[in-house]
Each structure stands twice: as structure tokens, then as C-alpha cells.
Design a binder for this molecule. Structure first.
Ligand code: ADP
Length: 338
């Protein structure tokens, strides 16, 4: 394995004394795509800002290509580019916005070509857009110009914070294509926080699921939030909206979140292990994890979406399809709490 392009050790970040991110260890391989998923407030933007060397972690170290780095590491800052969630354009033309990063990095004669090349990567023609002022752009175009400004500098790492949130479908597609092209053409490492987890499953080499500032898994698990209630028989459970009972071992506190991994699925609940807690649901989506070729199913029980990886060999006699009713089981003793 190559030397990681990023390595994080014992990282902790706090705002006003309140810890929002705590990561023991994380390594990112060069020229790979890493996805960050997690609910709002789980620490994705904070992690991207720390990796983008915009902020200094309260504690712990970030290594870039084996070297300890921080907000004043100029070489590393020039090699890493962050597209924040709400990108900011200077009150100038698109050309000036895109050329700025090139000038800061000392580019001269090739600036015009690189600005036009970057605009065309995000599907905007230089002829129409180079002179356009910042205020004459739609939301999707603003996001694409902001991305073009990052692509123009050909960064070694591109950090994308919700790059397609709130933009039109055409812009979202162009943004996705342009990011992948940077990886293909220049080997740019991509680290992407997105709620579009289906896209992340299609493109990522690795996915980290962040929850309350900690990495809680690889994203294939189901996280179920409390409150949990003690039942008459002394068992703990949550009642789903369709009245099915989701049994769990005693939670550390009634509002803890349960992580359920390794669901097994079948058409007939009777064939599941007797140790399983069995629920009935309806397949709402099948998704492909492109790197492994494996398929996972999203199953709706009550109002909760459960995620189950399907066996590598599909059962052709009993195929799953969205709309089909299935049974799925999990082992309550294997639940982890976060
Ligand atoms: P996400 O990107 O997953 O939505 P964030 O990294 O933005 O999460 O936020 C993580 C937590 O840190 C949240 O509780 C948020 O309110 C808090 N937070 C983020 N930025 C600041 C800040 N500048 N000052 C204080 N708290 C912050």
C-alpha cells in the first residue's frame, strides 16, 4: 500500500469547549475517493475544514504525505483545495474568480488557457462566462464557477462539502463529472461529504459514517435513534410506526443510537436464524457498490430505512425488487451503541 496522502492521529476538535469531532485514526490513500456521510451536525464540514488546513485541530495531528501540517503549511495548502458548502465568489468576473488561485500560486502566461479549460470542465463556455460578473449567475452556475476555480489549480486533493446540495440537476451532473475527471486526469484525491449517498456508493473507495463527531462505521450499517423504552418483560425496544417491535439489549441511555450491521434478508421469516429478531419490510431501493460489485438493499419497515448487503451470489429464483415484501433479521447481541 502507498503512503497515505492524509493521515490523522488522535484528532479532537472543539468549539467553545464543546467537542464536535474525535477521530482516533484515519488514513486516505492517494488518488482514491473517500465519502463522508452522516446527519447534519455530525462533523463532516469540520473534518473537511481541518483537512483543508483552514482550521487547526484543538488536539492531534494531521499528516499530509507523511509531513505534519497545519494552517500555515503553505506547500500543503497549495496542494489541497476545499470547496465549502456555501462557496464564496469575489465580487468580480468569473475569469478573475478562477484566475485568483492560479495567481496566488505564481502562474503567469498559461492563466487564460487554464481558466478556459476549467470553465469547460464544468460545462461553461469561456466565451459566455469568462467576463460574466459574479451576480449574473444562477445558483448552479455559481457552484460550477467555484468548482472551476478549484480545478484550475489542479490540486492534489480536492475536498468537496455537499457539492451538489441545492443545485439544479444539470449542474449536479456536471459537478460530479468534473470531480471524477480531475481524479482520472491528474490523480486528484477526492474527499466528498454528501447526502447523496447513492452517488457516494457508486464512486467511493471508502466511506466513513460520521455520527456525533465520531466515525461509526463504513456507511453500510443502519443507525437507529432512541428513545428506547423498557417493555413489560424487561426487554428494551422501540415501537415502529407499523407497530412492529425493534428489540435491543439495554441501551447505555434511553436516547442512545443503535448501530445495526449485517442484516440478513429472505422472503420467508421462518428461514432466518432463531437468534435473530425478525422484522417485515418492503424493499424500497437496490443500489450498486461499484468498487465491489455488490448490491445492497434499502428496506423500509415502519418509517425507518434499514440497509442490508445482499450475498455476492444473487438468488435468481427469488430476485429482490423494489416493492417486494421481505423479512430481515438482526442479532440484538451484536448491536453497538453510539
Ligand atoms: P456537518 O457538516 O456534519 O453538518 P459540522 O461540522 O458543520 O457538521 O458541525 C459539527 C458541529 O459543530 C455542530 O454541532 C455545529 O453546530 C458545530 N459547529 C460547527 N462550526 C462551528 C463554529 N464555527 N462554532 C461553533 N460550533 C460550530
Amino acid at each position: 500500500m502507498n503512503q497515505p496522502i492524509f493521515e490523522i492521529n488522535a484528532l479532537k476538535h472543539a468549539y467553545a469547549g464543546s467537542t464536535v469531532l474525535e477521530i482516533e485514526h484515519l488514513a486516505v490513500q492517494p488518488a482514491s475517493i473517500v465519502g463522508l456521510i452522516g446527519p447534519n451536525g455530525s462533523g463532516k464540514s469540520t473534518l473537511l475544514k481541518l483537512l483543508g488546513l483552514i482550521e487547526r485541530p484543538t488536539r492531534g495531528q494531521i499528516y499530509f504525505k507523511g509531513r505534519k501540517v497545519g494552517p500555515f503549511s503553505d506547500d500543503a495548502r497549495h496542494a489541497i483545495s476545499l470547496l465549502p458548502q456555501e462557496p464564496f465568489l469575489m465580487k468580480r468576473s468569473c475569469f478573475e474568480n478562477i484566475a485568483y488561485g492560479l495567481r496566488v500560486r505564481g502562474h503567469g502566461p498559461d492563466t487564460v488557457d487554464r481558466v478556459h479549460e476549467a470553465l469547460s470542465l464544468v460545462g461553461l463556455s469561456g466565451k459566455d462566462f469568462a467576463r460574466r460578473p459574479w451576480y449574473a449567475l444562477s445558483g448552479g452556475e455559481t457552484q460550477r464557477v467555484a468548482l472551476a476555480a478549484r480545478l484550475a489549480v489542479k490540486p492534489e486533493v480536492l475536498l468537496l462539502d455537499e457539492p451538489t446540495a441545492g443545485v439544479d440537476a444539470a449542474s449536479a451532473q456536471l459537478i460530479k463529472e468534473a470531480a471524477l475527471q480531475a481524479l482520472r486526469q491528474q490523480g486528484t484525491t477526492l474527499i466528498v461529504a454528501s447526502h447523496d449517498w447513492q452517488w457516494l456508493y457508486e464512486i467511493c473507495d471508502k466511506i466513513f459514517h460520521l455520527y456525533r463527531g465520531r466515525i461509526s462505521g463504513s456507511g453500510r450499517e443502519t443507525i437507529i435513534f432512541g428513545p428506547w423504552r423498557k417493555q413489560a418483560a424487561g426487554k428494551w425496544a422501540k415501537t415502529l410506526s407499523d407497530q412492529q417491535m425493534l428489540y435491543v439489549p439495554a441501551p447505555p441511555d434511553p436516547s442512545a443510537a443503535a448501530v445495526i450491521d449485517g442484516l440478513s434478508v429472505c422472503e420467508d421469516g421462518a428461514t432466518l436464524s432463531s437468534e435473530d429478531n425478525v422484522l417485515r419490510g418492503i424493499v424500497s431501493r437496490l443500489s450498486l457498490e461499484r468498487k465491489t460489485g455488490r448490491v445492497f438493499a434499502t428496506i423500509l419497515a415502519g418509517d425507518i430505512s434499514f440497509t442490508a448487503m445482499l450475498p455476492p451470489q444473487p438468488n435468481r429464483a427469488h430476485p429482490l425488487f423494489p416493492g417486494k415484501t421481505v423479512y430481515f433479521g438482526y442479532r440484538p447481541d451484536q448491536i453497538k451503541w453510539i
